[in-house]
Design a protein around this ligand. Structure first.
Ligand SMILES: CC(C)(COP(=O)(O)OP(=O)(O)OC[C@H]1O[C@@H](n2cnc3c(N)ncnc32)[C@H](O[C@H]2O[C@H](COP(=O)(O)OP(=O)(O)OP(=O)(O)O)[C@@H](O)[C@H]2O)[C@@H]1O)[C@@H](O)C(=O)NCCC(=O)NCCS
Ligand SMILES: Nc1ncnc2[nH]cnc12
Length: 283
């Protein structure tokens, strides 16, 4: 048990697949960071639309979160309710901010992948991506929506101003952007011959085209969100990563986002959740 688990209730759950869950989550966060071109976001190539963080911030954050996903899987296996999961998540957020010097790298991922890790623990071996997403909705969805969040967050400001749904609604609905958009896009690209890293680019664009991303609304307002979704849909309509010249087109979208300071952070989390579910399914 790690220090993060001190926030959890004392439970003696059955033997869980915690190590496998932890490994899959780390692979997913690193895979998301490595994915490029990923318009507006930080990668090993550049910092996209961000002045306060770079790839090193994300690597520090991943290390700072060590043990968190294992603990969420163990808590899920022990039948933890939302309040217990949330306590573990809040401690992980503190660890993330300590690791990055106060920069929000993975708040959304702590939340989304944390819930999915708990579902993986609860379901045990063999549950597929759709089942895990549905389990989050079924078991914790109502409590997720009922929870009082941080009233000062960017997400809260966007909710107040535009009435837009955000990370909570996505989780409570069983991650529809993952199951209906990003995951099918990744699988279709792989079936047609794309390698896993290129399929991740396709999954990312599919998410941007579909998601009401509170980060895009926060930085760019309704116009920024519309621009981002239309640019992503245009890339996919032109054949996405399966069409010749795709890399240059994706790069042009990236540059357009950077020029407008747009950052689709919600889609970064959707991609990480997708890669997490795929890594878990691979074992
Ligand atoms: C439920 C919480 C996640 C709180 O959410 P809330 O809506 O109140 O607001 P935010 O603090 O703004 O965080 C929401 C993050 O979720 C991601 N996101 C956005 N839209 C969606 C969406 N439609 N669907 C899914 N996910 C979405 C997004 O995360 C990424 O962006 C982060 C960078 O954000 P920010 O710092 O605001 O933006 P910048 O542009 O960088 O800021 P400036 O430079 O302009 O200043 C990055 O971290 C990505 O991860 C949103 O940020 C949650 O906080 C909560 O309740 N947590 C509880 C603890 C927990 O996790 N418990 C465990 C599970 S129960
Ligand atoms: N790669 C990334 N760049 C910017 N914000 C993010 N939030 C989560 N992953 C991110």
């Amino acid at each position: 048990m790690t220090a993060l688990a001190l926030a959890a209730p004392a439970v003696d759950g059955p033997a869980v697949n915690g190590r496998r869950v932890e490994r899959a989550a780390r692979l997913a966060l690193l895979g998301e960071l490595a994915c490029f071109p990923k318009p507006g976001l930080v990668s090993f190539v550049d910092a996209g639309s961000h002045a306060d963080m770079d790839a090193t911030s994300f690597l520090r954050s991943v290390i700072g979160l060590s043990g968190y996903f294992h603990d969420m899987a163990a808590a899920g296996a022990a039948g933890a309710g939302f309040a217990a999961l949330n306590r573990i998540g809040r401690v992980a957020e503190v660890a993330m901010f300590r690791a990055t010097g106060g920069v929000n790298t993975h708040r959304g991922a702590v939340f989304a992948l944390g819930l999915l890790a708990a579902a993986a623990g609860a379901a045990g071996e063999g549950a597929g991506p759709d089942e895990l997403c549905a389990l989050v909705a079924e078991r914790w969805g109502a409590a997720v929506l009922a929870a009082r969040g941080d009233e000062q967050s960017h997400g809260a400001a966007v909710r107040k101003r535009y009435g837009a749904p955000g990370a909570r609604e996505e989780a409570a609905a069983g991650f529809p952007t993952v199951t209906r958009h990003a995951l099918p896009a990744w699988r279709a690209a792989r079936r047609k011959g794309a390698d896993p890293a290129t399929a991740a680019v396709q999954a990312f664009f599919a998410s941007v085209a579909a998601l009401e991303d509170t980060n895009l609304l926060h930085r760019g307002g309704v116009e920024g969100l519309a621009h981002a979704r239309a640019a992503a849909a245009g890339f996919l309509d032109a054949g996405g990563v399966l069409a010749p010249g795709w890399h240059a087109r994706a790069l042009a979208v990236h540059r357009g986002f950077v020029a407008r300071r747009l950052s689709p952070g919600g889609s970064a989390d959707i991609l990480a959740a997708t890669l997490f579910l795929l890594a878990l399914a691979e074992g």
